[in-house]
Write a protein that binds this ligand. Structure first.
Ligand code: HDE
Length: 707
């Protein structure tokens, strides 16, 4: 396995387009050397500027055109290069070359939030996009998924309405990057098909701790096709090696203020530090004969296939090992399209997927300014394209020869069809299709609540409470009481206790039936709605909960804040630091000033993080070492805010013996997540093991800390 980040074909291709400015003279866009880059050309040094200043016009005309339309959804994103390595044999199911055992394929991945503008916060409550472009030897394949396995709607026709409802309201242009407003919940409360997705979006999945700690899903059912043309339905999964973790809602809100680039920075810094994020690629394989076997329709994107029914088979690993050289050229200009498929993979009739196939190509043509966006380096396949498409804005390839049509004799029939020479090429999976031409929704899509209930049932108590809190928060921000009530009626179809608890927070007694207006809209698709539905095969699924299982957690790449000041004991710092680094975690010293810190033992160390710049929300856990620094910390209000907040957000804290007196004036109460040197002989180890659980959510119950 070659993990060398400079080894892949895409790296070499991109290198050819990369420009190095060091030791070079400044020039215009035409390569003319610039003598003076400070002054415009004028009549006298105080006189008017001249129109013949080609140096100035060259510079400003380009600057004036620096912006392109941001993505209409998923505008805010962060990307990285990487590779996929396949270590299992699935040749029985697919002939896709990049999915064959032993293959390594370069790729580019972009993570995003959906609703916010390009400059919005990373920590919005939102779905995260999870798009991967594989540069395979058979051309580019895009797996454009999300960190949630289902979607709000079933048919592409409703997509612009969904997005208009969640985006800032058109008259006011607020709220930004937030679903907590009337128009979103108005739409959702009239679209009961969104119920399952809403449960996920209101869960902690929508506020990840890190882009490196979220799952990814292809969402739709796709097809794998083998060399004999036989198809198998497939669901794609990305499982992060670091586990699936989230922040607390109160923490997310604070992070949005303190560091709205939190996720972007975390991804960039992890890759720069060589902590390459990794995900296992998994597939759920469903034989064609089983298409109608389940209580749900596998073509309905509001449904998942429980792992208990069809296990996820891990077939490979993705490693992100290289940051882009230039954000705009790569992350902004990368153009994903779920319709970009390659031999061995095909689409299904999922009406949401079918609709996406038009929209992505169309939006790239607009956003990237024309038909040649696939020639932009980040979008180029690693194999050279050959066809008769030509010209257009921004054309880069220089096609040789006088023939640009097919069939031709003048160029010996080239570029030729694979078929003509009996070679391999993309062939759509042959599928029997017949039926009436209708605008309609299948009744097999009419079960809107069973899997929402399954999801809720599968959550731990803390996760359930977070969903209740999130729904209460969002609906409290809705001004129209009718909308609030309509949504609580939907919640009551999912789970009576959930509806009651959210209802209590909103002063609403959950209505027994769905609202008349909700029914009216649902009956547009299913005239006899609600229909009798099939019972879920299972009542709860472990895979749907984020709870860390005992013995499975890791603290790799986690950041632990060491709260210090001059006079801190180096012995105390070093002991803790060594233990953390052994587990792959990072110790970050935070003091009252940047610059040199003097240890009790006399050594000095350079400080880069202070109480002013780094609040506790930027860290996973906190340690207060011993030494004379304790006296300074006693007088430091920011110190107390730090530990109080860490405690409120259910993080693990440790205090060296000499620092334990600091607890007296804090909000912190000793519980299983607060480790004291004087109380436990193996306190460092115990700190690490508790950190592996991610958070001590039980604290919310016991102390009623805000979450
Ligand atoms: Fe997208 N979506 N989408 N979407 N989507 C876009 O394409 C669209 C859907 C997803 O990192 C747009 O290049 C329609 C599901 C991601 O660049 C646009 C429908 C899923 C990204 C578009 C959907 C996604 C996009 C906007 C309903 C999860 C970011 C900019 C039929 C499986 C890609 C762009 C990136 C982006 C349309 C539904 C994921 C307008 C019409 C379901 C991750 O083409």
């Amino acid at each position: 396995m070659n993990k060398n980040k400079q080894s892949d074909a895409k790296f070499h291709q991109m290198k050819q387009a990369t420009v190095e400015n060091s030791n070079q003279k400044l020039t215009t866009n035409d390569g003319v050397p610039i003598y003076d880059n400070n002054n415009t050309l004028k009549v006298g040094d105080r006189g008017p500027s001249l129109q013949q200043d080609h140096i100035y016009f060259d510079k400003l005309a380009h600057f004036d055109r620096e912006r392109i339309p941001e993505r209409v959804v998923h505008a805010r994103g962060s990307g990285a290069h990487g590779i996929l390595e396949i270590h299992e044999d699935i040749s029985e199911y697919t002939c896709a070359k990049f999915l064959q055992k032993g293959t390594t394929t370069p790729l580019f991945t972009r993570f995003s939030t959906v609703a916010g503008f390009k400059g919005s916060t990373d920590l919005a409550r939102d779905v995260r996009g999870f798009s991967v472009k594989f540069y395979t030897e058979d051309g580019n394949y895009d797996l454009v998924g999300n960190n949630i396995p289902v979607f709000f709607i079933q048919d592409a026709m409703n997509f612009p309405d969904l997005i208009h409802s969640v985006k800032p309201e058109p008259d006011k242009e607020y709220p930004q990057a937030a679903s907590a407003h009337d128009t979103f919940w108005d739409f959702i409360s009239l679209m009961p098909e969104s119920a399952h997705m809403i449960m996920w979006a209101m869960s902690d999945r929508a506020i990840p701790r890190s882009l490196r700690m979220m799952e990814g899903f292809g969402v739709h059912t796709f097809k794998l096709v083998n060399k004999d043309g036989k198809a198998t339905f497939v669901k794609f999964h990305w499982k992060p090696k670091l586990g699936v973790h989230s922040v607390a809602w109160n923490e997310a809100q604070k992070l949005s203020g303190f560091n709205s680039d939190f996720h972007r920075q975390d991804l960039y810094e992890a890759i720069e530090a060589g902590n390459y994020p990794q995900w296992d690629l998994g597939v759920q394989l469903i034989p064609e004969e089983d298409e109608f076997k389940y209580s749900f329709d596998i073509l309905d994107a509001t449904k998942l296939v429980p792992e208990e029914l069809v296990p996820v088979k891990i077939i490979g690993t993705m490693t992100l090992n290289r940051n882009p050289e230039n954000f705009f050229a790569e992350t902004e200009q990368v153009a994903f399209d779920p319709g970009r498929i390659i031999p061995g993979i095909d689409l299904t009739d999922d009406p949401l997927l079918q609709g996406r196939v038009f929209s992505y190509m169309d939006t790239q043509n607009y956003r990237l300014g024309g038909a040649n966006f696939h020639e932009i380096p980040i979008n180029r396949p690693v194999n050279q394209k050959h066809n008769n498409q030509k010209d257009g804005t921004g054309r880069i390839d220089i096609l040789k020869g006088g023939v640009s049509y097919f069939p031709n004799s003048k160029a010996s029939g080239c570029p030729y069809h694979a078929m003509l020479k009996g070679e391999e090429g993309f062939q759509s999976h042959e599928q029997q299709v017949d039926g009436k031409k209708v605008r309609a929704r299948s009744d097999s899509f009419a079960d809107h609540f069973s899997q929402a209930t399954l999801f809720f049932n599968s959550q731990s108590e803390a996760e359930k409470q977070h969903i209740i809190n999130a729904l209460s928060f969002e609906l409290s921000k809705v001004n129209d009481p009718k909308i609030r009530e309509r949504q609580v009626a939907i919640l009551n179809q999912i789970d009576a206790d959930l509806a009651k608890k959210v209802g209590d927070n909103l002063n609403i007694t959950p209505p027994k039936e769905l609202d008349e207006l909700t029914l009216k809209f649902a009956r547009q698709n299913h005239p006899n709605y609600p229909l009798k539905v099939k019972k879920n095969e299972i009542s709860s699924s472990d895979a749907l909960s984020m709870k860390v299982k005992a013995g499975e957690g890791t603290i790799k790449t986690r950041k632990v804040a060491f709260l210090v000041d001059n006079g801190v004991s180096k012995a105390s710092v070093d002991e803790f630091k060594k233990a953390l680094e052994k587990e792959g975690a990072e110790a970050v010293l935070i003091s009252s000033k940047v610059g040199p810190l003097t240890y009790q033992e006399g050594y000095t160390e350079n400080i880069e993080h202070t109480y002013l710049t780094d609040p506790s929300v930027c860290y996973d856990a906190v340690f207060t070492p011993g030494g004379k620094s304790v006296d300074a910390l006693k007088k430091n209000a920011d110190y107390y805010e730090f530990i109080n907040d860490a405690y409120r957000h259910c993080k693990v804290l440790a205090f060296a013996k000499e620092a334990e007196s600091l607890l007296d004036r804090s909000f912190v109460e000793v519980d299983k997540g607060v480790k004291l040197e004087s109380k436990e002989s193996n306190w460092v180890e115990s700190f690490i093991n508790t950190m592996k659980l991610h958070r001590i959510w039980e604290r919310e119950e016991q102390r009623k800390v805000p979450s």
